[in-house]
Ligand binder design. Sequence first.
Ligand code: UDP
Ligand code: MG
Length: 336
Amino acid sequence: MTQNPYISVVIPVHNEQENLEELYTRLTGALDKLGKSYEIILTNDGSTDNSSAMLRALHERRPDQIRVIEFNGNFGQHMAIMAGFENVRGQIIITMDADLQNPPEEVGKLIAAMEAGHDVVNAYRMNRQDSLWRLKVSKWHNQLREWMMPKLKMKDEGCMLRAYRRDIVDLMASTGESSTFIPALALTYATNPAEVGVMHAERSAGTTSYNLFSLIRYNFDLVTGFSVFPLQAFTMVGLLISLCSFAFVVFLLLRRFIVGPEVEGVFTLFAIMFFFLGIVLFGLGIVGEYVGRIYQEVRKRPRFVIRHILQKDVICNPNTSSPVSMKQEEALSQVQ
Ligand code: UDP
Ligand code: MG
């Protein structure tokens, strides 16, 4: 049995075959330089390219330090990180992307901040290198989030280069939430968080897994997971519209007595009706976002399924073609 490392780096991987070799070289280089013991946990989140075989090869190169969790499908970036969290052995846990947008050489800065006594260290990208529309969407969303959730203090919610103390990671892993936003979840448990500026690079190769639609879906996870503000906002808007329409009814009633019957303005009325119908449907959609997530949670299906874990001191499921659930996997590793 190897001794527990000091640092665990958790990396989600989805179709990153062009980046894995460089990630390996630069990350191990940067970590070796720090002179502290470490492990790297890479979760393969249902890649359809050659990532799986490449990860296996990386594990074989450094079996003591590189562990690979193989998912049985695509469960999303945050679930891939969560699976890493459930398996970490280190005291300081770093999360980062596999596409080298977070330079591995910046990890030292986060470790230094953690060693200064912080329990969560969030990085913000000083020179963000993304497409213009991504920068704009992010900026608006950061502002909206700050306004809706003032308690969640972070300059850059989209940066996944972050460091957490082990007890915070254990708390996050124990929540069992299936639609979550890890940086926000960590901040709800942190007592002494810090922010450090880091460099950001363009995607080294390959393409982003997110389009505008999936980004909107992701942001709903953040908003619905950490605030009921949208529901409260709709109650207030509904109240305001009711008051206004009451005043309008009184106004029309008075006109009926003073001016007599009127029939003009039917189309204006239609326009007003459709506008309010739009608001009602939007409100219904927001309620649906919450109800859908409640439905997901109460079904209690596993939030992800691990096919196998490649690590030195646990023999993994030999029959990789038949997937096993997390619980079975744990049982299996205990038996063998
Ligand atoms: N990722 C993942 N599962 C997914 C989508 C992405 O594990 O379903 C990983 C991806 O391999 C990368 C990180 O999450 O390591 C960030 O993804 P990406 O670079 O596509 O997002 P962006 O940087 O454009 O926000
Ligand atoms: Mg990226």
